[in-house]
Design a protein around this ligand. Structure first.
Ligand code: C2E
Ligand code: CA
Ligand code: CA
Ligand code: CA
Length: 278
């Protein structure tokens, strides 16, 4: 330790050690977060472009840490994914999201889906059983649950994933490929899997009005996805120009700050009430 100018001690650890220390510290907090009720789901609306109806909401996890404030899932999900903790958290997320969707259903929103992000580690052979159990327990119609998975998962264990996806389709839930375009799978590869929707990654949407390559890529993704009978959702829509582009190219649904930020469940309810019911 080295004394600095103001009678406090600054610890000079090699950078790696400091980071390891921080990780350990967060990690032990993370294990207790669920029991302490520090997790909360936010919901971001998804709008259908043809009529502007809110057709879904993506559940996004927030950690309200007692002393550090709200922590981004980008920071703690990778940490949770290093152990089975992600299974416990993932199950809680699934239950909470289905409960919320059932409340929307009870309030008269009979077609409003909830989309849940799944980590690769959750994608085991027992997933369909887990999902079926949560649907029963929350009395949510299966078609109102959409599961988001990444394309890298399809690449890593294609056979097992296809089997699981087939069982999920039998259950009646929907599946979406998240962050499409960031991995290395091609659209032709997707046709081997029973999927319903494809989400265009935010990075393509972001530069689409300045980068003509990105515009061409998005056009191609939408056209090819439709030829495979996949619906297309654009994420990260922030500007009217991006929205207009999606409309012009027949994108099905849009999600992004322009249309609505992720918000707590009660706020989403108010958001819905301010709009005509589809
Ligand atoms: P994602 O699944 O790609 O989620 C979309 C992210 O983009 C969210 O960040 C959302 O808040 C943000 N976003 C939405 N619209 C806009 C926009 O117009 N502009 C910009 N710049 N960003 C926008 P968030 O909530 O920080 O989540 C980050 C990632 O953490 C998610 O990326 C997802 O991979 C992961 N994640 C979040 N919740 C869960 C969860 O319950 N389980 C798992 N396994 N992963 C989760
Ligand atoms: Ca997602
Ligand atoms: Ca995404
Ligand atoms: Ca992403």
């Amino acid at each position: 330790a080295k004394e600095n100018g103001r009678n406090t001690y600054q610890f000079y650890m090699p950078e790696m050690n400091q980071r390891a220390f921080e990780r350990l510290f967060l990690n032990s907090d993370l294990h207790r977060a669920l029991d302490r009720g520090e997790f909360e789901l936010y919901y971001q609306p998804q709008l259908r472009l043809s009529d502007g109806a809110v057709v879904g909401a993506e559940a996004l996890l927030r950690w309200n840490h007692a002393s550090k404030g709200q922590i981004s899932p980008v920071l703690f999900i990778p940490l949770a994914e290093e152990s089975d903790l992600i299974l416990t958290i993932g199950h809680w997320v699934l239950e909470q999201a289905c409960l919320a969707a059932r409340r929307w259903y009870n309030a008269g929103y009979r077609q409003l889906r909830v989309a849940v992000n799944l980590s690769a580690r959750q994608f085991t052979r027992s997933l369909p059983q887990t999902v079926a159990q949560v649907l029963r327990q929350t009395a949510l119609p299966p078609e109102l649950l959409e599961l988001e998975l990444t394309e890298s998962l399809l690449m890593e264990k294609p056979e097992q994933v296809r089997e699981v996806l087939e069982q999920l389709r039998e259950l009646g839930t929907l599946t979406a490929i998240d962050d499409f375009g960031t991995g290395y799978s091609s659209l032709s590869y997707l046709k081997h899997f029973p999927l319903n929707r494809l989400k265009i990654d935010r990075s393509f949407v972001k530069d689409l009005t300045s980068d003509s390559d990105d515009a061409v890529i998005i056009e191609a993704i939408i056209a090819l996805a439709h030829s495979l009978r996949l619906q297309v959702v654009a994420e990260g829509v922030e500007t009217p120009a991006q929205l207009e582009f999606m409309r012009r190219h027949g994108c099905d649904d849009v999600q992004g700050y322009l249309l609505g930020r992720p918000m707590p469940a009660d706020e989403l309810m108010r958001f819905l009430q301010q709009r005509p019911m589809p």
